[in-house]
Structures are given as structure tokens and as C-alpha cells.
Design a protein around this ligand. Sequence first.
Ligand code: UDP
Length: 325
Amino acid sequence: MSILVTGGAGYIGSHMVLHLLEKGYEVVIVDDLSTGNMEAVLANKFYKADIKDEKAMAKLFDENKIDGIIHFAAFSLVGESMQEPLKYYENNVTGTLQILKYMNDYGIKNIVFSSSAAVYGESSSPIKENVSANPTNAYGETKLAVERMLKWASKAYGINFTALRYFNAAGSHASGRIGEKRKIETHLIPIALDVALGKIEKLLIFGDDYDTFDGTCIRDYIHVSDLASAHLLALEKMANENKCGMNMIYNLGSEKGFSVNQIVNAVKEVTHINIKTMIAPRRLGDPAELVASSEKIKKELGWLPQYTDIKDIIATAWEFRKKMR
Ligand code: UDP
């Protein structure tokens, strides 16, 4: 089976590619390298293209028989989405619209879509999939818009889709081959690790006046390899059942919440290095708390995360970051 991974040079996408290769799948990657890295491209078949580029994508589909799509290509920064919402709508929503058109044109039935816990906004944790989605930022809005577009496309054209609402992806592949490497880093754990490495002087904590037990935001951190395994389970389920118009939505989280302060402390414990911090204003668009219930995917797809301890997750990130250039 040949799987197209859009955004396969990115953080989560590259872990997905490695997982598929380990499981014996053929993989084709498309990535415009706007945020991804060439070193993270692990499949032989790589197309450097924007998914909205119809000519480049026609070449890809003409040259490869694609059996399923795992779609990561998107912009994903909450803060940036508040400054440049249209950039997010154009890339995330229009990009997926094009993918759906290609699916129709080339008769591809199954897609796994990389959605986000950002669709929920302020909801009481643990969050189940059936609570009403109400994003607090433009990034989450684009993910919700795509989920809805998938629903209608699925009904009309018989496409099967699974939307996976990730909480906070963290950590690196156990081999140390790939990890979280971006041109500009904005995420909590890699920034805290860069403070440990002396690359950044201090970590800014975005707000300590939230309605949480210590005033800092609470998130649910899930290992990136556990995210990858869930995507494959979803794709295999859709392929094996061989139905039309299947649609599944699942949360993917560890079901444990950690405040920003708790993550800083865990990073100190893993690295044995003090992490200098400073309280800064809230970051626009951040909900106070996002913690998953992942009961549904465990029950329906038999997903079982391998990493259950936040320190083990941070340790894999630390191993990669120390060697990263
Ligand atoms: N955060 C922070 N300082 C940073 C980066 C992030 O205090 O330098 C906070 C951020 O406000 C959020 C949490 O850490 O509450 C996780 O943010 P991240 O950007 O890693 O992921 P997100 O939740 O936006 O997907």
C-alpha cells in the first residue's frame, strides 16, 4: 500500500513517515519545506511542492498510485494565527479543499486529517469529542472548518475520513534520528530545553493569572510516536472496513494535564539544569486548560500510547535537542 503524507518533512509528519516505513508501507511525501526540513525527509519519494499547486500535484498523482492520504501540511502556530488569520485560512482550509478535489479526481477513498484540541477552546477537562467546539483562536477555527468540510465531502462523495484532534505533541523518535526541529521555535518544551542548553537566556511564561491551580496554562502532552501509531490504526480501519462515507473524530492525548510551571520543573529534573523563567503577558488565543479524554480511540481503535510519563517524553526530546544543529 502506498500512502501520501502531506507535510512529511515536518515534526509530526516525519515521525509518521518513519512509523509507516517501519511497518512496511510505501510512502510518498509532499512538503513545500516552508516549515519542514529536508533532513527530516525519510522516504525516497519526495515532492517539494505546495499542496495547492495543481500542476505539481497532478504529476505526483500521475506518477504514484496512492491508496490513502495522511494530511499534516498546515500552519500550526496559535500566536501567529491571531496576527495573520487569512494566511491560516488560505493554507489550512484551501489546502485541504484541494486535497479533497485530488481525492475525487484520482479515486482515493481514505484520508486521516491532522486536527487539533484547539477546536475546543475553553471546555472543562477532561474533554470528550462530543462537547461543542468553540475555538479561541484562528488556528483552531481553520481546523474546525476543515473537519466540517470533510463531513460534507464525505457525505456527498463517499470519502472516508478520520480527524485526529491532537493535544500537545512532544518528544522525539526513540532512535534520535528525527525530532522537533523548526526554523523558528515557539513551543514550550523545546524552548525550555534551549534554556537548559544555554541557547536562550530565559523562558517567558505566558501568563500566571489563569484560573488554574498555579495560574499558568495547563496542557496535555502526548508523545509524537504515539500520535503516529494512532494515524496508522485509523487508516487501516478505514481501508479494512472498505465502506463509503465513514467519518471518525478522535482525541489524542495522554489524559494528564501539566501546567507550564510543572513542565519547567520536569525539564529541570530531566536535564539537571536550572531553567531561568520570567512571567510575561498572556499569549493571545491561549485557553487556560486543555486535557483530553482519549477513551474513545482506545476503545474503538485499540490505541495504546507507549509513553505515559512526562519525564520520559521530555527525555526523548532532550536527547534529540542536545545533538541538534
Ligand atoms: N508557553 C509559554 N512560554 C513559551 C511557549 C509556550 O509559557 O515560550 C505556554 C503557552 O502559552 C501554552 C503552553 O506553554 O500555555 C504550551 O504552548 P505551546 O506553544 O508549546 O503549544 P500550544 O498549546 O500552543 O499548542
